[in-house]
Write a protein that binds this ligand. Sequence first.
Ligand SMILES: CC(C)(COP(=O)(O)OP(=O)(O)OC[C@H]1O[C@@H](n2cnc3c(N)ncnc32)[C@H](O)[C@@H]1OP(=O)(O)O)[C@@H](O)C(=O)NCCC(=O)NCCS
Length: 175
Amino acid sequence: MPTGELVRLRAFDPSEAEALWRWNHDPDVMRWMNDGYPDSVAQVAKRMSEWPRNSYEKVVLAVETRAEGRLIGVAVLRDAEPETGNAELDVYIGEKDCWGSGYATDATRTMCRFGFDQMRLHRVTLWVVADNVAARRVYEKVGFVEEGRQRECFRRDGEWHDMIMMGLLESDLRD
Ligand SMILES: CC(C)(COP(=O)(O)OP(=O)(O)OC[C@H]1O[C@@H](n2cnc3c(N)ncnc32)[C@H](O)[C@@H]1OP(=O)(O)O)[C@@H](O)C(=O)NCCC(=O)NCCS
C-alpha cells in the first residue's frame, strides 16, 4: 500500500459509501469541485460495488491516517496514457476536522510517487479553481507548477472562476 509520512492509500470498500456520500453533499468540501446531481447512499454504494478493479486506466484510493487508520479522503489517478505517460490527479480531504494538518500534501505526494514508481508515469496533471488557495498551496508544496489557465470555466453561486492547470514531472516532486 502506498504509504507516506502521515497517510496510507488503500482501496475503498463499498461499505464506506456513507463517508463518500457525506463528503460529496457537504457544501464546504464541494465548494471548488463539481458536485453534480444529488444521489442516495444506496446509489453511491451500488456504484462503488460496480467500480472496476484499480488498474493503469484508473486508480481510486482511500486516504487514511497512518496513526489511527481513519478514512479521511480520496486520491485518484485517471486517464493515464501509455503514449505520453501522463495521468490526471484528483485529491480531496472530506473530513473537515482534518484540514490544515498536512494530510492533503502527504496524500498528493504519495499518490504522485505511486504514479511515477509503479505506473512509470512521466508526468501528472491536475486542474484547480484559481480561487482555491488552500489546494493550490498544497500542489505547490509538492512541486506542481502552473502550466495554463482556462478562463471562466467553473461556476459557483452565480460567479465564474478561472481554472488553472498544473503539472508535475518526476524531477519536480519534492519531499
Ligand atoms: C484543499 C484541501 C485539499 C487541503 O487539504 P489539507 O489537508 O488541509 O492541506 P494541507 O494541510 O496539506 O496543506 C494546506 C496548506 O494550505 C494552506 N492554506 C489553507 N487555507 C488557506 C487559505 N485560505 N489561504 C492560503 N493558504 C491556505 C495551509 O496553511 C497549508 O499550507 P502550509 O503548510 O504552507 O501552512 C482540503 O481542504 C480539501 O480537500 N478541500 C475540499 C476539496 C478541494 O478543494 N479539493 C481540491 C480540489 S482541486
